[in-house]
Design a protein around this ligand. Structure first.
Ligand code: C5P
Length: 408
């Protein structure tokens, strides 16, 4: 499962969705629907060929706006340029080899071609075609030309194609296309920043098959890594047992235990402008890990495990004990608390902020139904002195952006 797209973080946009004539046109309906559900005003332009694959009523009903196809309709309102001029964003999904070639050359032989030339909005294309067509030097050169002009190319993904064959050429999933498209509108305020994010939960092995773990899914950490990437940062994600997929466009380092996470943080934080410690790290690990599976002896006697304390990585990092910290490095810690009384909750959070010594501490309340493994989160951010400097509630991507706003 991927991180949900944030509805709250973007205002209502005027989005043109271009649909060109390939079998993946049926998946364009998903792109349109996703954008509409996020509250955007979506105007679809289909090519004649696209309408052989998907019906005009479907595109109109899903976009909730009249469909645009014909270059010679709406001439009085100069529609061939008006749609592009009004757009905040133009997304073409699927983009056929023919569309990419025409756009690379600037051919405006239909309404979509005119719109693409007339717009100054970001253009995002999601190619879909057979592998041979995608790999053809003509297509490769056209895609290169488009990229060099600032066009965002999403995918294609690799997988089953229309026939029995498979390979690169499948249109990316609608959710991924929409996310990449909306990301083009984000400020690139973290461009050039090196950001290390830890995510997930460590597992401390008892024997070859058992471990002591926690319920962290890694969703908030991954959302932070993706949000930082979308804002232009150079991101390293230190991932411990994520329940979600590793994000694309970030360097990932997979770790298992707290000690492995500590070593990875020590290695990668030395060069980082910002370190965000969102992972749930085990405070204790078994004193020894059995080489063989621990067996019960059937006598009914209790099994006693001896646990030893793990290093507090965040605290050591913040206090410069993992190595010298680069000038101006910002360290952000997380604290999940179960305390239900708001005043007492804040007291615990303030004490922790002072003890850890991080520049910011993000605190949230967790229980069996909140915080962990959900797509929503509710947080407060304290500075080292314990003052509340920010708060946020909503999906984890919006929350991630609010936390990153502290950096700019
Ligand atoms: O003390 P507590 O576990 O609540 O602190 C949470 C914060 O400290 C998180 O940022 C977590 O990544 C970090 N932590 C750590 N090393 C530990 C335990 C927690 O870095 N051994």
């Amino acid at each position: 499962m991927t991180t949900p797209i944030d509805a709250a973080a973007t205002p209502r946009l005027n989005v043109v969705v271009g649909v060109t004539g390939g079998i993946a046109a049926y998946k364009a309906v998903g792109v349109i629907r996703e954008l509409v559900l996020l509250g955007h005003d979506v105007h679809v332009i289909a090519t004649e060929a696209a309408l052989r694959f998907v019906g005009a009523p479907t595109l109109e009903a899903i976009s909730r706006n009249p469909l645009n196809v014909d270059l010679y309709e709406g001439v009085a309102e100069v529609r061939h340029v008006a749609l592009g001029q009004r757009a905040d964003l133009v997304v073409v999904a699927p983009a056929t080899a023919d569309f990419l070639a025409r756009t690379a050359t600037g051919i405006a032989s239909d309404l979509l071609g005119n719109t693409v030339l007339a717009t100054t909005a970001p253009l995002v294309v999601a190619p879909a075609m057979h592998t041979e067509m995608w790999a053809n030097p003509a297509t490769v050169a056209n895609v290169e030309t488009l990229r060099s002009r600032g066009v965002t190319v999403v995918g294609p993904a690799s997988g089953r194609l229309t026939g029995t064959d498979s390979g690169p050429g499948r249109m990316s999933e609608p959710e991924d296309i929409v996310r990449a498209a909306l990301a083009t509108l984000r400020p690139r305020d973290l461009a050039g920043r090196r950001i290390v994010v830890t995510a997930g939960g460590t597992r401390e092995p008892l024997d070859p098959v058992r471990f002591i773990g926690n319920r962290s899914s890694g969703r908030q950490g991954v959302a932070l890594a993706e949000a930082a990437r979308d804002r232009g940062a150079d991101v390293t994600l230190i991932a411990a047992h994520l329940e979600v997929a590793l994000p694309s466009g970030v360097a990932s380092v997979e770790v298992g235990t707290a000690l492995e996470l500590a070593a990875a943080v020590a290695r990668h934080s030395a060069e980082a402008d910002v370190v965000i410690m969102a992972a749930a790290v085990a405070d204790y690990r078994p004193e020894r890990t059995a080489d063989e599976k621990i067996k019960k002896d059937g006598s009914g006697t209790a099994l006693t495990l001896t646990l030893v304390e793990n290093p507090d990585i965040l605290k050591s990092l913040a206090h410069g004990e993992l190595g010298p910290r680069p000038d101006g490095q910002i360290v952000i810690g997380f604290a999940a608390e179960t305390e239900g009384d708001p005043a007492r909750f804040l007291e615990i959070a303030r004490a922790k902020a002072a003890r850890k010594g991080a520049d910011f501490l993000v605190v949230n309340r967790v229980g069996w139904t909140t915080g962990f493994a959900t797509s929503d989160n509710e947080i407060r951010v304290l500075d080292r002195a314990g003052s509340i400097v920010s708060d946020a509630a909503g999906d984890k991507v919006s929350v991630a952006h609010r936390i990153l706003d502290l950096l700019s």
